[in-house]
Design a protein around this ligand. Sequence first.
Ligand code: IPE
Ligand code: IPE
Ligand code: MG
Length: 262
Amino acid sequence: MTGAAAGPRPKPEENPAEAARGLRMPRHVAIIMDGNGRWAQRRGLPRGLGHRAGVESVRRVIRGSIRLGVRYLTLYAFSTENWRRPPEEVSFLWHLLGQAVAHDLEDLYREGVRFRAIGAVEELPEATQRQIRLAEERTAGNSRLYLQVALNYGGRREIVEAVRRLAAACRRGEIDPAEIDERRFARELYTAEIPDPDLLIRTAGEYRISNFLLWQVAYCELWVSDVLWPDFGEEDLRQAVEDYSHRQRRFGGLSEWPGDAP
Ligand code: IPE
Ligand code: IPE
Ligand code: MG
C-alpha cells in the first residue's frame, strides 16, 4: 500500500473485522436494490410481495455489513422518479417502510446501527416522516454502522439544491463564489458528513445508475449482480466485497490505491 496515510481512507489494519479476514474492505457500500417486481412476477405474485421479500434482504445485508466491518451502508429504496409508479404501489412502499422501521428499530439500536434517511423526506407521507424522525433520534448516538436509506432521493435534485443554497449564500454576501471548490460543494449534499462510497452494488442485472449518488460515485468501484434483490443475501455481499478487495484503485494516478480519492 502506497500513498498518504492522512485523509479519510483507513488502512486495512485499522479495521479489525477486515484484518481478521485479510480483505481490503470498502468503508462505504452503496446498493441499488433492484428486482423486487421481477422476483414477484416470476412467481406469479403481486409486486408488493416482492417488495415485502426485499425487506428481508435489507435485514440480511445490514447483518452482513456489520459482520464484515463495513462502516457506512447506503441503500437506495425510492428514487425521485419512482413516483411514476401506480399510486397503490407507491403508498404500499411507504407503508412497508414505516412497518419495517417500527418493527426493527430496537434491534437496529441494539446492534449499534445509526439510521438516517437521505432525500426529499419532507415530501413523504406524514406518518412515514414521523417514523423516520423517531428512528433517527433513537439511533443518533450509535456509530457501529451508519445506515443511510435513500428515500425520494435523486442525485440531480441533490446537486441542484446544493447549487441553490450556495447561490443564495453568495447573494447574501456570506460566501465568495471563488471559495466554492469541490470540498465546499460536497458539504451541501445530503452526504456531507460521510465519505464517498467505495463500492456500488446494483442487483437484478441492470447496468445503470438511475440517478443515485451522482456526485459521490465519481471514483466508486461498481459491481452488478444478476441476483434479484429479494434473493440477495450475506454471501452475495461477501462476494462483492471480496471482488472489491482485489481491485486496483488508481484515482487517475499510476500506482495502486494512492491514498484518498480526489
Ligand atoms: C426495486 O425493485 C425497488 C424499488 C425501486 C422501490 P423494482 O420494484 O424496481 O423491481 P423491478 O425492477 O420492477 O423488477
Ligand atoms: C432504482 O431502481 C431505484 C431504486 C432501487 C430505489 P428503478 O427500478 O427505479 O430503476 P430503473 O427505472 O430500472 O432505472
Ligand atoms: Mg427496478
